[in-house]
Ligand binder design. Structure first.
Ligand SMILES: Nc1ncnc2c1ncn2[C@@H]1O[C@H](COP(=O)(O)OP(=O)(O)O)[C@@H](O)[C@H]1O
Ligand code: SF4
Ligand SMILES: [Mg+2]
Length: 318
C-alpha cells in the first residue's frame, strides 16, 4: 500500500470550563493513495473532531499533540494560518450538516464565487468545469441562480459535493453526508462520489458515518473509533467478516443481515453508554460494556498488528 496520509498519535481536545474533553486521544493510522477509508463509531466518539482537525481548529478545539503527513509533506494542523495553503485546495471537507449550513441569503453562484475568491480564484475561471460537474450529478445549470432553500436535500448534498471538490483535493473528508437522506438518495450520492473519485476530482476519501452499514457500499477499509480512541482498523471485508475488537464485533452483530428485512429482526444495539470524555476511565475505555473484561483491562490496551493492514487495540490479542 502506498501511504499517502499518515496520522501519528493525534490528540485533539476541547478546552472547557470543566476541563479538557478528550475527543481524539492518541489516534494513529495510515491511508493509502486512492483509498476510501470509512470511519465508524457511535455518536460522540470523536469522528467529526478527527475530520475537522485536518482542516481547521475552531476554538475551543485545541491541538495537544500529534503529526499529520499528506503525500509526503507535513500538514501543520496546529497552525490555522499555515493551513491556508492546504485547506480546500489539498484537503477539503463536506462538514456534517453542510447542506443546511449553506448561506440562505445568497444565490449558489455567488456562494461559489465567494468561496473561490477566498482561495485566490473565482467563479468565472471555473465556469466550464462547474457546468460539466453539475451535469455529472444531474443538476441543471439553472441551480446556479437559485437560493439553497429552493433545492431538495439530495440536490443540496450533490451541490455541496461539487463545491467542495472543485479544486481537485488530494483528500476529501465527507462527514455524515448520507445521514439525513433516504436510502435511494443515499445510494445516488455515494455513486456520484465514487464517480468523482474515478475521474480524479478527489484522490482519497475519509468517509465518516455513524451508520456502519453504509460503508459496505463505499469503503475499502474501515477505522472504528470508540470514546476518542481507535479500536480497530482493517479492510472492509475483514471488519465485516472477522472483527477482532469486542466493540466492532457488537457493532457488526447489531446490523441487520443482508436479505433480512429490518422488521424481522430487532436491532440489538449495544447495552450501556460510552464513558464521559471529560474524565474517561483508566485503561480500556470500552471496559464497562465489554463481556471479555479482565484485570489487565485497567491498563491502556496496546495496538496489536494482526496482519499488515489489520490493527486492533485490545488486551485479548496482546
Ligand atoms: N465545542 C465543543 N465543546 C466541548 N465538547 C465538544 C465540542 N464539540 C464536540 N464536543 C465533544 O467531543 C466529543 C466528540 O464529538 P464529535 O467529534 O462531534 O463526535 P462524533 O462526530 O463521533 O459524533 C463528544 O463528546 C462531544 O460532546
Ligand atoms: S481491552 Fe479488555 S475491556 Fe477492552 S475491549 Fe479488550 S477485552 Fe474488552
Ligand atoms: Mg459527527
Amino acid at each position: 500500500m502506498k501511504v499517502s496520509l499518515r496520522v501519528e498519535n493525534l490528540r485533539i481536545y476541547y478546552r472547557t470550563l470543566r476541563g479538557y474533553v478528550k475527543a481524539v486521544d492518541g489516534v494513529s493510522f495510515e491511508m493509502g493513495d486512492e483509498e476510501v477509508l470509512g470511519v465508524a463509531g457511535e455518536s460522540g466518539c470523536g469522528k467529526s473532531t478527527l475530520g475537522n482537525s485536518l482542516i481547521l481548529l475552531k476554538p475551543p478545539m485545541t491541538y495537544m499533540e500529534g503529526r499529520v503527513f499528506l503525500d509526503g509533506e507535513e500538514v501543520p494542523i496546529w497552525d490555522n494560518e499555515k493551513m491556508r495553503r492546504f485547506r480546500y485546495r489539498r484537503i477539503s471537507i463536506i462538514p456534517q450538516y453542510a447542506m443546511n449550513a449553506l448561506n440562505p441569503t445568497k444565490k449558489l453562484k455567488v456562494l461559489m464565487d465567494d468561496l473561490l475568491r477566498e482561495h485566490g480564484s473565482d467563479f468565472k475561471s471555473h465556469t466550464a468545469e462547474i457546468l460539466r460537474r453539475l451535469k455529472m450529478v444531474n443538476l441543471p445549470e439553472s441551480v446556479l441562480n437559485m437560493y439553497p432553500i429552493e433545492l431538495s436535500g439530495g440536490m443540496k448534498q450533490r451541490m455541496v459535493m461539487v463545491i467542495s471538490t472543485l479544486m481537485n483535493p488530494s483528500l476529501l473528508i465527507a462527514d455524515e453526508i448520507t445521514s439525513a437522506l433516504d436510502v435511494s438518495t443515499q445510494k445516488a450520492v455515494i455513486e456520484m462520489l465514487l464517480e468523482f473519485k474515478s475521474r480524479g476530482f478527489v484522490r482519497k476519501i475519509f468517509f465518516i458515518t455513524h451508520d456502519i452499514s453504509v460503508l459496505y457500499q463505499i469503503a475499502s477499509s474501515i477505522l472504528v473509533m470508540y470514546a476518542g480512541k481507535l479500536v480497530e482498523k482493517a479492510s472492509t471485508d475483514e471488519i465485516l467478516e472477522k472483527p477482532f475488537h469486542p466493540y466492532t464485533e457488537m457493532l457488526i452483530s447489531s446490523l441487520p443481515k443482508i436479505g433480512i428485512k429490518y422488521g424481522e429482526r430487532k436491532l440489538k444495539g449495544i447495552p450501556g453508554q460510552p464513558p464521559p470524555l471529560l474524565k474517561p476511565p483508566e485503561g480500556c475505555r470500552f471496559k464497562d460494556r465489554c463481556p471479555y473484561r479482565h484485570s489487565k483491562c485497567d491498563e491502556e490496551p496496546p495496538i496489536v498488528e494482526i496482519s499488515d493492514d489489520h490493527v486492533v487495540s485490545c488486551w485479548k490479542y496482546a
